[in-house]
Design a binder for this molecule. Structure first.
Ligand code: NAD
Length: 249
C-alpha cells in the first residue's frame, strides 16, 4: 500500500519541473492527481505521461474563475480533495536599480497572490485532515544579490504556511512549505535571459551549494510526498529545506 493510497491531490504548475515530478511521485504512492497549468499542450503531454490516475485542468493561478473550476472539476472527477501542492511560480532576477513596477507586480501577482488564491479557493473543497504544501525557496532565507523581489515573494509564501496553519488547524488541515535550493527544471530558461546568462547563473548557484550540484526534481518531490502523507502527521507550519546544505552550512 502506498503512502497516498485513496488520496486525491491537486498540483499547480503540475505540467513542468518540480510539479510534474511530484505529480508522478504522488501517483507512485497511490494517489489520483489533478495537475493545473497554463499551457494546454504541455498539460496534455504531462497527463499522457502520468497515465490514468491523472487529469489536467488548464488555467492561471491569478484567476479566481480558473481556480474555482480547478477544485470543482477535481471533485467532479475524483470526488474529493485531500492534498494541495501550491507550487506554480515564476522566477526573474533583477538588481534593485533595474527592478521596475512591471517586474515587481508580475512576481507578486503570480507567486504571492496566486498561492494565496489557490489556498483560498481550495479551503472549501478540502477534506478535514487534508495536507497543503507550498513551494518556497532557499532564496527566502538568504540575501542573494539581484533577487530582492523574487526572494520577498517566497518569504511571503513562507509566512502563509504559518498563518494558514493557525487558521486551518481546527480542521486538522496541516500546512507546510518545501524550500528547494537550485533544481534542474525549465524555470531558468523562462527568466528572459540569454542561454549564456542562464548558464552563468546556474553554474554560480551550483558552486554555492555544499553538494556542488543542482537537485533533480524528484529529490524535491520525495520531500513533498512526506509532507503530503501521514508520515508527517505531527509537522505543522514548518518549512522543509531541501537545498543540498545551501542555507544551512
Ligand atoms: P517550472 O518553470 O518548470 O515550473 C513552474 C510551473 O508553474 C509551470 O508548470 C508553469 O506553467 C506554472 N506556472 C507559472 N505561472 C503560472 C500561473 N500564473 N498560473 C498557473 N501556472 C503557472 O519551474 P520549477 O522549478 O518546477 O518551479 C516550481 C516552483 O519551485 C516555483 O514556485 C519556483 O519558484 C520554485 N523553486 C524553483 C527552484 C529551482 O531552482 N528550479 C528553486 C526554488 C524554488
Amino acid at each position: 500500500m502506498g503512502k497516498l493510497t485513496n488520496k486525491v491531490a491537486v498540483v499547480t504548475g503540475g505540467n513542468s519541473g518540480i510539479g510534474l515530478s511530484t505529480a508522478k511521485a504522488f501517483i507512485d504512492e497511490g494517489a489520483k492527481v489533478v495537475i493545473f497549468g497554463r499551457d494546454q499542450a504541455t498539460l496534455d503531454r504531462a497527463v499522457e505521461t502520468l497515465g490514468k490516475d491523472a487529469a489536467g485542468v488548464k488555467g492561471d493561478v491569478t484567476s479566481d474563475a480558473d481556480l474555482t473550476r480547478l477544485f470543482d472539476m477535481t471533485k467532479a472527477h475524483f470526488g474529493k480533495v485531500d492534498v494541495v501542492f501550491a507550487n506554480a511560480g515564476i522566477a526573474e532576477f533583477r538588481p534593485v536599480e533595474a527592478a521596475n513596477d512591471e517586474h515587481f507586480d508580475k512576481l507578486f501577482e503570480i507567486n504571492v497572490k496566486g498561492a494565496f488564491k489557490t489556498i483560498q479557493k481550495a479551503v472549501p473543497a478540502l477534506n478535514d485532515g487534508a495536507s497543503i504544501i507550498l513551494t518556497t525557496s532557499a532564496a527566502d532565507d538568504t540575501g542573494f544579490a539581484g533577487t530582492s523581489v523574487y526572494s520577498a515573494t517566497k518569504a511571503a509564501v513562507r509566512s502563509f504556511a504559518r498563518t494558514f496553519s493557525a487558521e486551518l488547524v481546527r480542521r486538522n488541515i496541516r500546512v507546510n512549505a518545501v524550500s528547494p535550493g537550485p533544481v534542474a527544471t525549465p524555470l531558468y530558461g523562462r527568466m528572459g535571459m540569454s542561454e549564456e546568462e542562464a548558464k552563468g547563473i546556474e553554474s554560480h548557484f551550483a558552486s554555492l551549494v555544499p553538494l556542488k550540484r543542482f537537485a533533480e526534481a524528484h529529490e524535491i518531490a520525495q520531500a513533498v510526498v512526506f509532507l503530503a502523507s501521514s508520515d508527517s502527521s505531527y509537522v505543522v507550519g514548518t518549512e522543509l529545506v531541501v537545498d543540498g546544505g545551501l542555507t544551512q552550512l
